[in-house]
Design a protein around this ligand. Structure first.
Ligand code: ZN
Length: 276
């Protein structure tokens, strides 16, 4: 059984400036940093209530993250789902012929972990993790950040993506798409967070450009904030480039532009609100 979205992971060339940006724009200061030589990376865990943001900097030029950076540049690298029994999940996936990177769980930063092959899931690398109790204790989340809302994947065909993720995640999906001017949106529940599916509709929209340039895959993630109008005002005052800021009478979401955050757009959503 899948319990929740444990973390979203971002591949970065150099951790220092990215940590400084996340501190300056979002207030992340209590960060756990650790070398994970088995995966050829240095990892930083940024605490969000109930989840984490993971930054991965390659320390092995031959490693998977180094190769990812060469191929795609800095950006979202994978999502990790906490499961109650990883051996069970791997057996279920093998029985449905889902391609796996790891046939067996191995020790990782988030617990005993295994990666699915991204060709199984619309370019989205998925990590499964079963907690062992030996994970590093999460730090103190920044004031005003209340949770990880969703990780968003750009897909070519929403209906097909719903079918694929229903199979690989083994979770119920409603298959409902919401129509927006630039995209169709779909949501799959992962604990208190969601996986958001985005199918571009406007050929000149950001999501269509992402699809043309990088192919299907992880596009942005979303943080819940306690007081969105206040956060937006503070960011605007600091001269931070924002996107899709809603009018004051409907303060439900805003994006910090990807240029500010090393290639990853970060959506801020008013806590307690959901697009569905
Ligand atoms: Zn991870």
């Amino acid at each position: 059984m899948i319990k929740r979205l444990d973390h979203v992971a971002i591949a970065v060339k150099s951790m220092g400036p990215v940590l400084e940006t996340y501190r300056r724009l979002l207030g992340f200061s209590d960060v756990h940093i650790e070398d994970v030589p088995q995966q050829g990376v240095k990892a930083a865990m940024l605490p969000v209530p109930g989840a984490e943001i993971e930054l991965l900097e390659p320390i092995d030029p031959q490693g998977a993250v180094a190769r990812f950076l060469e191929r795609r540049g800095e950006g979202l690298h994978h999502i990790c789902l906490e499961v109650d029994d990883i051996a069970d999940e791997l057996a279920r996936l093998k029985a449905t012929n889902v391609p796996l990177v790891d046939q067996q769980a191995r020790p990782g930063l988030a617990g005993n972990v295994a990666f699915l092959h991204p060709r199984a899931s619309h370019g989205t690398l998925v990590e499964l993790a079963q907690k062992t109790g030996r994970e590093p204790k999460p730090g103190k989340p920044p004031p005003g950040i209340t949770g990880l809302g969703h990780a968003a994947v750009v897909v070519k065909d929403m209906a097909q993506a719903f079918r694929t993720f229903a199979t690989i995640l083994g979770v119920p999906v409603d298959g409902k798409a919401l129509e927006r001017p630039a995209v169709k949106l779909g949501f799959i529940k992962l604990g208190n967070s969601d996986l958001e599916l985005l199918e571009p509709v406007d050929p000149n929209g950001d999501q269509a450009r992402f699809l043309a340039e990088r192919g299907e895959g992880l596009y942005h993630f979303c943080l819940y904030v306690a007081d969105l109008p206040q956060k937006v005002a503070a960011l605007q005052k600091a001269g931070v480039k924002l996107d899709r800021v809603r009018p004051p009478e409907r303060p439900d979401m805003a994006f910090i532009h990807q240029d500010e955050l090393h290639g990853v757009p970060v959506e801020l959503m008013q806590a307690g609100w959901h697009p569905r």
